[in-house]
Design a protein. Structure first.
Length: 122
């Protein structure tokens, strides 16, 4: 991993870490599940966010995988904000972190210089 990362990658890594922390705090401490074992809840909510650590040597690739995974967490946050008044604030934080994460991924995309268009008809 490079010691000098672009600002959007630093923000993306920060949002990723905060999302992991939020899942742990939300499901293990603030609102623990009543009917499902804690280890199962954490396996479903935290472990998928840790899988991109396998690609952390390539920060862009790790953030890409987190971005793909974050779509699930975005949907989860929207559903929880809509349906659970008591957990709405946690869900809105989850949505905000996911929007930050996806936004930093979009900001980090490097556009290629204009290339002449090739005709698909030859």
């Amino acid at each position: 991993m490079s010691s000098h990362l672009p600002a959007e990658q630093r923000w993306g890594l920060c949002a990723w870490a905060m999302l992991v922390l939020l899942q742990f705090v939300w499901h293990a401490w603030l609102v623990p599940a009543q009917t499902v074992p804690l280890w199962l809840v954490l396996a479903i909510t935290v472990v998928p966010l840790l899988l991109p650590l396998l690609a952390i040597r390539n920060t862009r690739r790790a953030l890409l995988w987190v971005g793909i995974l974050s779509l699930f967490y975005f949907c989860h946050g929207i559903a929880e904000a809509w349906s659970s008044a008591g957990e709405r604030w946690l869900a809105l934080i989850e949505v905000a972190l996911n929007l930050l994460l996806i936004g930093t991924l979009g900001a980090g995309v490097r556009r290629r210089p204009d290339q002449p268009e090739r005709s698909s008809l030859r």
